[in-house]
Ligand binder design. Structure first.
Ligand SMILES: Cc1cc2nc3c(=O)[nH]c(=O)nc-3n(C[C@H](O)[C@H](O)[C@H](O)COP(=O)(O)OP(=O)(O)OC[C@H]3O[C@@H](n4cnc5c(N)ncnc54)[C@H](O)[C@@H]3O)c2cc1C
Length: 452
């Protein structure tokens, strides 16, 4: 691997205090795998990232991440954490043409009305997912103690002495898989993770999986931005809401003067993938910006659909006995409803939690501690998305989900006429503020007691 003063300096400083792991294998070189490799490079002598795809030397789509055709908003919390891990990333995205503005300026059409325009302090930079992943991959590849093996598919775990000891992986063109021994294996193979099957093959118990299915589908197409027209927004969205509003959509300005238009369908419906059907679905939305871009701009390429976007949370934290030598991050741990934009942000949080656990805990406890603490990154995002998504399923929802739904509906009812509440709501959604900030302000002492 080529060296980098940035990666080398950071890795060297951290390794001086903690040198307990010699080799970590990260299964999957998508978003979570790359960020995890970056964090582990500070704590582990050598990190190997294995991905089944050929990873391109540019921003390009590939088979292993079909979601890259669709909009990917990086929430303010995730953007700040990522900038800490990859200083200068924002500027690189800007240089590539990714626009930036305050999230509170984007028109959002809720079933209860339009969002007010507020100064939220939440910076949103909009870009394609291939561009973000490429810039991160380039940084990770430059770390001197990280090696990225692409075209290498992991096929099984190796185990022994009541712990995971590595993986078997087949390089493309090889006759048989080869062993990759490691004292830490991190699974980051995405939404359709094969880990439950690998555990079963190794005669280890698979985790319980929580599933909430809003029967959501994304249908997306790129359009060329017109230099002669400034529509006055960088992004504009119409939200779905169970069970009354199954259609929605978003337009997002991204690099290379393009718009990414995505039409949402929930509760089992989806936008058509024919040009005429796509345009008609966009035109029927209550948000006229989506229709405007589809009608005014030149489409680029095909229409892509991604259906089956349920929420699924594998409870690896509850395995008994707990796994040793194995940690699970990103969508392999919990794939969230993408409408809320939490997936990449929680993946960065989990990578940092794993870094803390391997630094602070003895090796035989670190994975267990990590897996338990990782649940904290998921509680709020899971609660927010599933409370509403349960509205698409027949039958009674649990009490907590019904309570969550009632609170969210109350907030959505007030947001169009309450800019301060909307600003606080956005900060909670972006994981930069506690949900407690949504409680009504407590009157000061001197405001009370006017009664005798
Ligand atoms: C339609 C859609 C829209 C989304 N929008 C947003 C958004 O707006 N904001 C947001 O934050 N998140 C969004 N997400 C979620 C986001 O894409 C994920 O949270 C994020 O990609 C998780 O990263 P990951 O590394 O876990 O999975 P992925 O990025 O999917 O990477 C998994 C990797 O594992 C590799 N792999 C799989 N199996 C093997 C194997 N056996 N051996 C080796 N390699 C393997 C794959 O090739 C791939 O590179 C969206 C998701 C979808 C589906």
């Amino acid at each position: 691997m080529s060296g980098s003063s940035y990666g080398g300096a950071r890795s060297g400083r951290a390794r001086a205090s903690h040198a307990r792991y010699r080799h970590a294998v990260v299964v999957g070189g998508g978003f979570a795998g790359l960020v995890t490799a970056r964090v582990l490079a500070d704590h582990v002598d050598q990190v190997s990232v294995l991905d089944k795809d050929t990873l391109p030397d540019r921003a390009a789509h590939r088979a292993g991440t079909p979601q890259s055709r669709h909009p990917h908003a990086l929430l303010a919390r995730g953007a700040a954490l990522l900038e800490d891990l990859f200083p200068g990333l924002r500027a690189e995205l800007t240089d590539q043409g990714a626009p930036v503005s305050d999230f509170g300026h984007f028109p959002m059409r809720y079933p209860t009305g339009w969002s007010p325009t507020v100064r939220s302090g939440l910076v949103l930079q909009t870009f394609s997912r291939p561009l973000l992943e490429f810039l991160i991959r380039r940084r990770v590849r430059a770390l001197r103690n990280v090696t990225v093996h692409d075209a290498t598919e992991v096929t099984a775990l190796t185990t022994g002495d009541a712990r995971v000891t590595g993986v078997l992986a087949r390089a493309r063109g090889a006759d048989r898989p080869s062993a990759h021994p490691a004292d830490l294996v991190v699974i980051a193979d995405g939404r359709y993770s094969r880990l439950p099957g690998w555990l079963a093959e190794a005669r280890l118990p698979p985790p319980r999986c929580l599933r909430v299915d809003g029967q959501l589908a994304y249908t997306s197409r790129l359009y060329q931005r017109r230099p002669d027209r400034d529509p006055g927004f960088q992004a504009s969205l119409q939200a779905t809401l169970a069970p009354t509003t199954p259609s929605g959509g978003v337009v997002v300005a991204i690099e290379d003067d393009r718009w990414l238009v995505c039409l949402f369908g929930a509760g089992g419906i989806s936008a058509p993938t024919t040009p005429e059907g796509f345009a008609a679905y966009a035109a029927a939305l209550d948000n006229p910006h989506v229709k405007q871009i589809v009608e005014d701009c030149q489409p680029i390429g095909a229409i892509h659909r991604y259906a089956g976007l349920d929420g699924r949370w594998h409870r690896y934290d509850r395995l008994a006995p707990p796994l040793r030598g194995l940690a699970v991050v990103g969508d392999a741990l919990c794939a969230l409803n993408p409408l809320y934009g939490h997936g990449m942000t929680v993946a960065v949080q989990q990578a940092l939690v794993l870094g803390e656990a391997v630094t602070a805990c003895p090796p035989d406890r670190a994975c267990r501690v990590y897996q338990r603490r990782a649940t904290r990154t998921l509680l709020l995002p899971w609660f927010m998305s599933t409370s509403l998504d349960r509205g698409w399923s027949p039958g009674p929802a649990p009490l907590t989900a019904r309570a969550g739904r009632a609170v969210l509906l109350h907030l959505l009812g007030r947001i169009p006429t309450d800019p301060d509440l909307y600003r606080r709501f956005l900060n909670v959604q972006h994981l930069t503020a506690s949900p407690l900030t949504l409680l009504p302000p407590v009157p000061h002492r001197h405001d009370q007691g006017s009664e005798p």
